[in-house]
Design a protein around this ligand. Structure first.
Ligand code: COS
Length: 383
């Protein structure tokens, strides 16, 4: 759903200019320093990028899903590490509060998340609980007006920067599955919460992940999302349904960038006396990538429109994430192939994207989890 095409065009043009003029020139520097310059963070805040999806009443832009995916695609035209910093505030780091928070929780946290003054982070995964999220072991034991949290969360995006964490923990030790899980907002600085050292990753330098450790961490009862125990797993799943559409949109954006770079290289690079773009074997790689990109883009927009229309999009979100992330991997591989030897060298940048996009098939649910979700929903609907 696009509410006002003209206003949206202005926003997309502004983001596009920011990406082209400010972010793309810094890609190499960020990859080498593993740090996004503070001046860029300030500009991101001024542009409202931390609050794209947070409702307007809490200081965000309140973009519809369709508007948000179009913005995400434009942001995807540069290194995904830039987006990662503000993406958690729009996605998994805020949506638990947006969807299921109490009015007090929304009023207190959402304006700070929308402005970027506070970074939000989502703590679901644990050392022994990844794809099988319902088996998580972090405990939250009620003690008067507090819960005492114990456990470790792993691969937590933006943990080193975060001011608050949405933490899924087991409040009912007798229930081993999803319905014993609750979600909490835990503030950084709470005694008993520590963040581990920054993980060394294959790519996406500038975007940070780390462990988050809870050791007798006392969290006030008022921090229980929605004020109700036992709904935390569903909150997490709803957050991920939305997140997966956005990751699919990111895959489209980054694929557009890689294909554009590969096309321009193929037009400039000459072999056998002519641009390699004239050779049909190169054209096949360009054409296959374009067709897959078109399919991925169409899926993302359709899933977003359906969500805006109020439909349950669990299946469509998983389909879009599965297809777009797998296509993105193939497009990255072809782009490196078109660049040839230059594709293997750091200075041309395409090898960096090749490493960066590998994560897309893993985070917010692996491709295998998307397959599982799709097939389960099909079987459930038919039986
Ligand atoms: N929206 C709302 N509720 C949902 C839901 C969704 N998308 N998906 C599941 N639920 C509900 C179910 O309806 C069920 O509730 P009831 O018992 O009341 O019916 C409950 O949650 C448990 O669901 P289910 O039985 O399907 O859970 P499973 O443990 O079998 O597995 C998967 C669910 C595998 C799909 C889930 O664990 C998952 O998505 N894993 C991947 C986690 C992930 O993406 N991690 C990435 C890191 S976070 S960046």
């Amino acid at each position: 759903m696009i509410r006002d095409q003209e206003i949206l065009n202005i926003l997309l043009d502004t983001i596009e200019r920011f990406v082209r003029e400010r972010l793309i020139p810094l890609e190499q520097e960020v990859a080498e320093s593993d740090q996004i310059p503070e001046s860029i963070v300030t500009e991101m805040k001024a542009l409202g990028l931390f609050g794209l999806s947070i409702p307007e009443e809490y200081g965000g832009m309140g973009l519809s899903m369709e508007e948000e995916v179009l913005a995400t695609m434009v942001i995807g035209h540069t290194s995904p590490a830039f987006r990662s910093l503000f993406a958690t505030n729009n996605g998994i780091g805020s949506q638990g509060i947006v969807m299921d928070g109490t009015s007090e929780q929304k009023a207190h946290y959402l304006p700070q998340l929308a402005s970027g003054d506070l970074i939000g982070s989502f703590a679901l995964t644990e050392p022994d609980s990844g794809s099988d999220a319902a088996s998580l072991r972090t405990q939250a034991v009620r003690d008067g007006n507090h819960y005492i949290l114990n456990g470790t969360k792993r691969y937590i995006t933006n943990a080193p920067e975060a001011g608050i964490f949405t933490v899924m923990a087991r409040t009912d030790a007798d229930k081993k599955g999803a319905d014993g899980i609750s979600a909490f907002i835990v503030e950084r600085g709470t005694a008993g919460l520590t963040v581990g050292s920054i993980d060394k990753k294959m790519g996406q330098k500038g975007a940070h992940t780390a462990d988050v450790i809870f050791d007798n961490c006392r969290v006030p009862v008022s921090q229980l999302i929605g004020g109700r125990e036992g709904i935390g797993f569903k909150t997490a799943m709803k957050v991920l349904d939305k997140g997966r559409i956005n990751i699919a949109a990111l895959c489209v954006g980054v694929s557009e960038r890689m294909l554009d770079d590969a096309l321009h290289y193929a037009l400039e690079r000459k072999q056998f006396g002519k641009p390699i773009a004239d050779f049909q074997l190169i054209q096949a790689m360009l054409a296959d990538s374009k067709a897959e990109l078109y399919a991925a883009r169409s899926m993302v927009i359709d899933a977003a429109r359906r969500r805006d229309a109020g439909q349950d999009v669990g299946t469509e979100a998983a389909c879009a994430k599965l297809f777009a992330s797998e296509a993105c991997g193939r497009i990255a591989d072809r782009a490196v192939q078109i660049f040839g030897g230059a594709g293997y060298l750091a200075e041309y940048g395409i090898e960096r994207f090749y490493r960066d996009v590998r994560l897309f098939r893993i985070f917010e649910g692996t491709s295998q989890i998307q397959q599982l979700v799709i097939a389960r929903n099909m079987i459930r609907a038919a039986s």
